[in-house]
Design a binder for this molecule. Structure first.
Ligand SMILES: [Ca+2]
Length: 461
């Protein structure tokens, strides 16, 4: 009996040294789509609560993607800890047993690991996590929902986000966001009596399209409440198949974009976010009720942003801030409450951060950096420049408040002053007074491309 108690005590001590980690991950949520950011009229009371209790990184970026499925690239980078052009190799190494994924490192350290919802990584979910529930694919498949709203569509053919017969998020009868929250709450009930620390990877498919949610959430956003994005335009000037290929995401609404269509898409997107927020609230309440909240770190973020009507675009296959940047909140024992850090980070910094929280050594080959030194004030920034890439058609570099976007196939550059022009509407690339800056940023982009093993880098030609 004594040995049993000593074992329990040892486990309890270990648990205190290894706090729990609750990773809340959403799909296609742009940095503006959270009420606490104060940038859009959107209701997210539960994420706002988390913002007040934790630290916000206001400039969290995804690097981009090697395919139209930006989700896959972002998530592969996240779980391997490898930057964009190295992540696929990292995953191959994991398949060969030469590298461990994020969750496998946590398992090795004695964590119980749980996955609910979207995985979308080319690796068996049940080999990555000890426990899984309702593992979802890239997106829910709905009937219809593309190329709309179109004028003159008869009412009976119109898309209604709450229409369960369209399947998608309603496939199975219960909205997938609710199912993922139910699964997370189920895990918490399981974990609350377990002395081992937990790592929960709770990944919602929302607010990725199809933009479906219960009617009461749509009703919260009458079209009069929806503002047009500042960078609204009917067409995207470089959208000629070379700069921004017109792929599925862009076909959700007709061309040219109309103010009405963009407002309808934003209405449905915001409703899906608010419904998602309610589910996150249920998980946060359940964590409180479990008695584990005090020893649990929460990291909330999304896999990349989304245009939803900015710059004539709807999707994420571009280098603008709306499509690269995501909300990022972290809360945990001893962290300042309500603090905002504007040093730029990659959302995938979540991975080494969690490893450090768990007391693990971050593998030397990890390309991302822990946020703990920033949180503790030991370091001012993780990165001097932020790099972005999409296929071989777009590149980006952010340094301080300057942003360069390059379209290699067009031989074209755009230059934005993000401080004065946060919506990237005033292209300064051809302004004579900025020619030196353009040269400097182009040089820095080339350097980043070399360092990032970019297939377009001069060193790889
Ligand atoms: Ca996504």
């Amino acid at each position: 009996m004594r040995i049993f108690f000593l074992t329990l005590l040892a486990q309890a001590c270990l648990a205190a040294e290894r706090p729990n980690i609750l990773f809340l991950f959403t799909d296609d949520q742009t940095y503006e789509a959270i009420g606490a950011a104060g940038l859009q009229d959107i209701d997210t009371p539960h994420l706002d609560r988390l913002t007040k209790e934790g630290v916000t990184f206001s400039h969290a970026y995804n690097m981009g993607a090697w395919s139209g499925a930006v989700c896959v690239a972002s998530r592969t980078c996240l779980v391997t800890g490898k930057s964009l052009w190295r992540a696929k190799d990292g995953l191959e190494q994991a398949k060969q047993g030469d590298q461990k994924l994020w969750s496998q490192l946590m398992t090795e350290a004695g964590y119980e690991t749980y996955l609910a919802g979207k995985w979308h990584v080319d690796y068996p979910a049940d080999q990555a996590f000890a426990h899984t529930a309702n593992v979802r694919p890239g997106m829910p498949r709905a009937i219809g929902g593309m190329n709309r709203p179109k004028p003159g569509t008869p009412p009976e053919d119109q898309w209604k986000p709450w229409d369960k017969s369209r399947k998608g998020f309603w496939e199975g009868g219960k909205h997938w966001s609710e199912v993922t929250a139910d699964d997370a709450i189920g895990f918490l009930n399981e974990a609350k009596d377990d002395p081992a620390p937990f790592f929960m990877y709770i990944a919602f498919n929302a607010p990725h399209d199809p933009r479906q949610s219960p009617k009461e959430f749509i009703d919260r956003y009458p079209l009069e409440r929806i503002q047009l994005p500042e960078s609204f335009q009917p067409t995207y000037p470089d959208q000629n198949g070379k700069a921004v290929p017109i792929i599925r995401d862009e076909k959700l609404a007709p061309f040219p974009r109309t103010e009405h269509a963009v407002k309808v898409h934003r209405q449905e997107y915001f409703a899906l976010v608010t419904h998602l927020d309610e589910q996150i609230g249920r998980i946060l309440d359940s964590l409180q009720a479990s008695g584990k909240a005090k020893e649990t770190w929460i990291i909330f973020t999304s896999d990349h942003g989304l245009a939803v009507g900015n710059h004539g675009l709807l999707g994420k296959q571009n280098m603008y801030e709306h499509s690269l940047r995501v909300p990022f909140i972290i809360s945990g024992p001893g962290l300042a409450k309500g603090r905002v850090i504007d040093a730029p980070i990659y959302l995938q910094d979540a991975m080494p951060t969690a490893l450090e929280i768990a007391g693990l050594e971050v593998p030397a080959e990890t390309d991302y950096r822990s946020l703990l030194p920033l949180l503790k004030g030991e370091r001012e920034e993780n990165y001097q420049t932020i790099y972005g890439a999409y296929l071989k058609t777009q590149r980006a570099l952010v340094k301080d408040h300057w942003k360069l976007i390059s379209y290699p196939r067009l031989g074209k550059f755009k230059l934005f002053n993000l401080r004065d022009d946060p919506h990237e509407m005033d292209d300064l690339a051809s302004a004579a007074e900025h020619s030196e800056r353009l040269d400097e940023l182009t040089h820095l982009l080339n350097e980043e491309m070399d360092q990032q093993s970019d297939p377009l880098a001069q060193s790889s030609r």
